[in-house]
Design a binder for this molecule. Structure first.
Ligand SMILES: [Fe+2]
Length: 347
């Protein structure tokens, strides 16, 4: 295992004060971009095809080409995230809104499965179920979602409708968090680079145990990569063959949570906003929310994407439920010319 014991400087190692002092992370869509995606999504939605049968060729988006190139550079080699503002979804049906997100995602990267059932697009909303129900994931509840990352190279989250109250979003630079932990407690920075057990919530690979062992931080090919979900680390303690967390591990996780809280950048998503973030550099969180009695409730739509310009991945990620698809695509691409500008259609 390659341990990282020196603080790392990278564009994705930002502090919330830096983000608050600039608008660079927000991108307003142009009238032409809005017009193109609405028109394409309207046509695609009418055909009512399953997602795997709709690829980027179904969406003619010439005015999006430079924006998507820029976005890929921001995700891998930049701040690690961006917020697209104001896709006009409020007057659109859920189906058309999903179809817009699918089209943008198809042009940005390759949408990956988000669960064992193979679903490619998730609705993030309160289902009324509880984490104590088998296989229920936090995104299906109205509970707060603590600092964590999603699966694949990047996620896209479109706000279709906000909650009556709560549901504030947070982004955190996992690189800055590591640097801070390293400065305060190098011993705990090292512990975070050793494996922890994570509950896979019934979404693990076939024949795999219901938990996976993976470090919180993995250093590989000049990149620091994070995989963090405290809730699922704690939930894995229910399995009899998972060793109890040591005092040092708990101390390391507590410090991780504390520093994430100190370095969190908080913002509000409005209907039509899409946050896009790299999962290896950026953690995210959201506060608990309440829906009104009569309204239809907070509703986000989500894609997980492999990026054509994604970084080399640590071997340890091959069998994780989060990163196995990006790993597989990277492996399949090995030996072919690296394409960092534009996106080829993958068979
Ligand atoms: Fe998430």
């Amino acid at each position: 295992m390659s341990m990282l014991l020196n603080a790392k400087d990278a564009p994705s190692a930002w502090a919330p004060s830096t983000i608050n002092s600039t608008d660079d992370w927000q991108i307003s869509l142009s009238a032409a971009q809005v017009c193109e995606i609405r028109s394409a999504a309207g046509t695609v939605a009418e055909k009512d095809l399953p997602w795997p049968d709709i690829d980027q060729r179904a969406y003619d988006l010439p005015s999006w080409v430079d924006l998507l190139d820029d976005l890929r550079s921001r995700l891998e080699g930049g701040l690690g995230f961006a917020l697209l503002r104001s896709l006009p979804v409020e007057q659109e049906s859920e189906h058309v809104a999903r179809t817009m997100l699918w089209g943008i995602g198809q042009h940005l990267g390759y949408p990956d499965r988000q669960d064992a059932a193979g679903n490619l697009l998730h609705d993030v909303r309160d289902t009324g179920k509880h984490l104590s129900d088998d296989g229920i994931r936090v995104y299906q509840t109205k509970l707060p979602i603590h600092y964590h990352n999603d699966g694949s190279d990047a996620f896209m989250l479109l706000c279709y409708r906000q909650a009556q109250s709560g549901g504030r979003s947070q982004l955190i630079s996992a690189v800055s968090v590591f640097n801070e932990i390293l400065a305060r407690r190098p011993d705990l920075a090292e512990i975070l680079q050793h494996p922890f057990d994570f509950d896979t919530r019934g979404q693990g690979l076939p024949n795999a145990p219901p938990y996976q062992r993976i470090p919180v931080y993995t250093h590989h090919a000049g990149h620091l990569n994070v995989l963090y979900k405290r809730q699922y680390i704690d939930l894995a303690q229910r399995f009899t063959d998972v060793p109890p967390l040591t005092d040092k591990q708990i101390e390391a996780l507590d410090l991780m949570d504390q520093v994430c809280g100190e370095l969190a950048f908080e913002f509000t998503m409005n209907p039509g906003d899409i946050v896009v973030a790299n999962n290896y550099d950026i953690l995210h969180a959201r506060s608990a929310f309440e829906d009104g009695e009569s309204d239809e409730g907070r509703h986000m739509m989500r894609l997980w994407l492999t990026l054509p310009n994604g970084r080399p991945l640590p071997p340890a990620f091959e069998h994780t439920r989060e990163f196995c698809h990006s790993f597989k695509r990277r492996k399949a691409k090995a030996g072919t010319a690296e394409n960092t500008k534009g996106k080829p259609i993958q068979p």
